[in-house]
Design a protein around this ligand. Structure first.
Ligand code: NAD
Ligand code: A1AUG
Length: 539
């Protein structure tokens, strides 16, 4: 059947192999961007506002290299951004979904074309992603968000109630009244962009507070949206002091929603703040937050050892383990462990880490000094711990960049802090269980960490897969069978988790978009009754 709206397809991932045109254009962009220090202002109502305070945005793998000066939005600027968003929403929300969609579809085309290398280079330099990790994030996932959101928004618009004789009903998918506050993490350019564009597509206006460490790519995406024709004030870009900006946004009577991705601790503070202010708001704000994870890989004795070792390596160490989905606790049966351990350690030993502009590297640096100190702390404590054995990696080096070797630690206590806390770095903790303890280990996986974001089971026996699926039903919002727990694709694996991992509103799906509408039901009667009496009242 021909649809009356664009049906999305996933953007193909380019491979950047030697000699490919994409490799050459990315290299040219990297060379150009590397040597320029950009000035990044707030964007309020389309105007550039350079605050009095600025912080340096540095390349994590080369921390002396300043890529940009990021100007903080002060209180007056944030207030102006809220006012601008509220004013812009009046016209923007009167545009049809088709017209609003046209802006985001054009943005997708620009990003798939001339802006692709630009945004990928900014993500590589600013967030220390390799070419491949940037491509799956700032190109493909962001393009997919732009295109799939449009398809899903149209599908929502088609969800209409039934009619009856003489009665016509319809659902009108109004935006929320007020502005949406989008607070975004450093680790995915696509997530930063999506948290702002998803509410905007549904007719809302947005205050976007980016993470300072992702400001280079995030600001470039803001410029891309402007180039695609996004009207002024619909999305307002306000970098700066998170607490100061949040104090203004979260206490504003017109706060209509919070679209957050980041740590559980920060979302907790925002939720509490909204609770404290609840009587102030015109409407109950929608709270959407995707937060931390302590993602598991569980192997059954029937697992394919080779696939398991590769899944562990890629799941734990791609993008330096700085994915909320990263494999960070593994449960391996004693019968498989010798071969898996040998294979894993041997492969990890070959991993090259360094400047992401050198395409032979598999890993870059962790995002900043704070992350480096936190992750190093875990590793150094493990070295001193009789209950933990560092099998490979463990070196931390911060002379030129924030480099932490991919590290595998075997723990004796399955409830060790290394099996419970989100470390958010290249550290994989492994607990080896006795094969006969499979039933107990299922309970252990389910009950060890407060998070429930992603998880994987490796097994070839179907009965074991089935048992794991049932026992771990609530342990992960994204569950993988014989695959690593990272790399969800928009439209294929809608992403999000519950428990302390968030509200599980599935980014890049209709479920998420539904949080940004306030439906109005309209009933129209052709022949309204002219007598109040009902037939049963007759004599
Ligand atoms: N579940 C998911 O889909 C998902 C996706 C990506 C990242 N994450 C999580 O994000 C975290 C890593 O990202 P991060 O380091 O950028 O997270 P973070 O919580 O430190 O920061 C996220 C955003 O919140 C802002 N912020 C910090 N303190 C704040 C405060 N007190 N009030 C309001 N805003 C504040 C930051 O400036 C940033 O913009 C990890 O916990 C990871 O698991 C989750
Ligand atoms: N959606 C990404 C993770 C996002 C969090 O960092 C994945 O599936 O790996």
């Amino acid at each position: 059947m021909n649809k009356t709206y664009p049906v999305a397809a996933n953007e193909p991932v380019l491979n950047y192999a030697p000699g490919s045109p994409e490799r050459e254009s990315l290299r040219n962009e990297l060379a150009a961007q590397k040597n320029v220090c950009r000035e990044i202002p707030a964007v309020v109502n389309g105007e550039r506002v350079f605050g009095a305070t600025a912080t340096a945005v540095r390349a994590p793998h080369e921390h002396d290299r300043v890529l940009a000066n990021l100007y903080h939005a002060d209180q007056k600027t944030v207030q102006a951004a809220v006012d601008g968003a509220l004013a812009a929403q009046r016209e923007w929300s009167s545009w049809s979904l088709q017209e609003r969609s046209a802006v985001f579809l054009k943005a997708a085309d620009l990003l798939a074309g001339p802006w692709r290398a630009r945004l990928n280079a900014a993500t590589m330099l600013g967030q220390s992603k390799t070419a491949y990790q940037a491509e799956i994030d700032s190109a493909c996932e962001l393009i997919d968000f732009l295109r799939f959101n449009v398809q899903f928004a149209h599908e929502i618009a088609q969800m209409q109630p039934q009619n009856s004789a003489g009665v016509r009903n319809r659902s009108e998918y109004r935006p929320l009244e007020g502005f949406v506050y989008a607070v975004t993490p450093f680790n995915f350019t696509a997530i930063g962009g999506n948290l702002a564009i998803a509410p905007a597509l549904m007719g809302n206006s947005v205050l976007w507070k980016p993470a300072a460490t992702a400001a280079l790519s995030n600001y470039m995406f803001m410029e891309l949206l402007e180039a695609a024709g996004l009207p002024k004030g619909v999305i307002n870009f306000v970098p700066g002091d998170a607490i100061e900006i949040s104090n203004i946004a979260l206490s504003h009577p017109e706060l209509a929603g919070v679209h957050f991705t980041g740590s559980t601790a920060v979302f907790d503070t925002m939720w509490s703040e909204v609770g404290r202010n609840v009587a102030r708001y015109r409407s109950y704000p929608r709270l959407v937050g995707e937060t931390g994870g302590k993602d598991f890989v569980l192997a059954h004795p029937s697992a394919d050892a080779e696939a398991l070792a590769v899944g562990l390596l890629r799941g734990a160490f791609e993008y330096q383990g700085q994915k909320c989905s990263a494999a960070s606790r593994a449960y391996i049966p004693a019968s498989l462990w010798p071969v898996v351990k040998a294979r894993l350690v041997a492969m990890v030993d070959t991993i090259k880490m360094g400047d992401v502009c050198d395409f032979s590297n598999f890993m870059g640096a962790v995002i900043d000094r704070r992350a480096f100190d936190r992750i190093r702390g875990y590793i150094y404590r493990a070295r001193e711990d009789a209950n933990a054995d560092v099998l490979v990696g463990g070196k931390c080096e911060d002379r030129t960049g924030y480099f932490i070797e991919p590290t595998v630690i075997e723990v004796k206590d399955p409830r060790h802090a290394l099996m419970q806390n989100e470390i958010f770095g290249p550290v994989l903790s492994v607990y080896v269980y006795q094969d006969a303890e499979w039933d107990e280990v299922l309970k252990l996986v389910d009950g060890t960490s407060p998070y429930a974001l992603t998880g994987a089971v490796f097994a070839t026996e179907r009965a074991a897969i089935l048992q794991a699926q049932q026992a771990l039903r609530f342990a992960a919002g994204n569950f993988y069978i014989n695959d690593k727990p990272t790399g969800a694709v928009v439209g294929q694996q809608p992403f999000g988790g519950a428990r302390r991992s968030g509200t599980n509103d599935k980014a890049g799906s209709a479920l998420n978009l539904l949080r940004w509408v306030s439906p109005r039901t309209v009933k129209e009667t052709s022949a309204p009754p002219t007598d109040y009496a009902y037939p049963y009242m007759g004599q």
